[in-house]
Design a protein around this ligand. Sequence first.
Ligand code: SF4
Ligand code: SF4
Length: 160
Amino acid sequence: MHAARNISLCTKDCLCLFVCPTGATDTETGQIDFDRCLDGCRLCVDACPSHALYLVMDNYPEPKRKSAQIAKALQVLMESKSAQETVASSLALEAGTDARKLLAKAFAYSNRILSEDCGREAGFMLPQSAVVRDFLVGLLDQPFDEAFPADAVRELLELI
Ligand code: SF4
Ligand code: SF4
């Protein structure tokens, strides 16, 4: 296990810098230095007043396989929720009352969460799983424009 930092919660320059026995928390990038982090000693996690630090596993167990029928149903639901998010996001951009915009934003957010849940349940959110590898390979196999982060996808493939 290694520690990781949610930089948006971190209030900077406080307790983890003092409790870490290896200096792994004290980096220029704000991220934890994995090479120096001991195997989940969690001193920093317990010390952080902002709950900005957490432990991540080095290896994740393979997810239990869903049947093809269930995976397909989850995929259909995920795509439907994703489409609803797109519609709600565009409604939120249109002129209207503040209440309407807020409602559309909330609806978009709610659909995104549901869509992510479906993806996770279908086995697409766990790194190191065959389904994620196939998904990444599939992304590189289809035509993409220059905005597509192909190098990041290749890098991910080397890691899993
Ligand atoms: S888990 Fe331990 S070694 Fe790793 S960064 Fe936190 S305090 Fe340092
Ligand atoms: S203890 Fe928490 S809030 Fe303080 S510097 Fe470390 S990560 Fe940031």
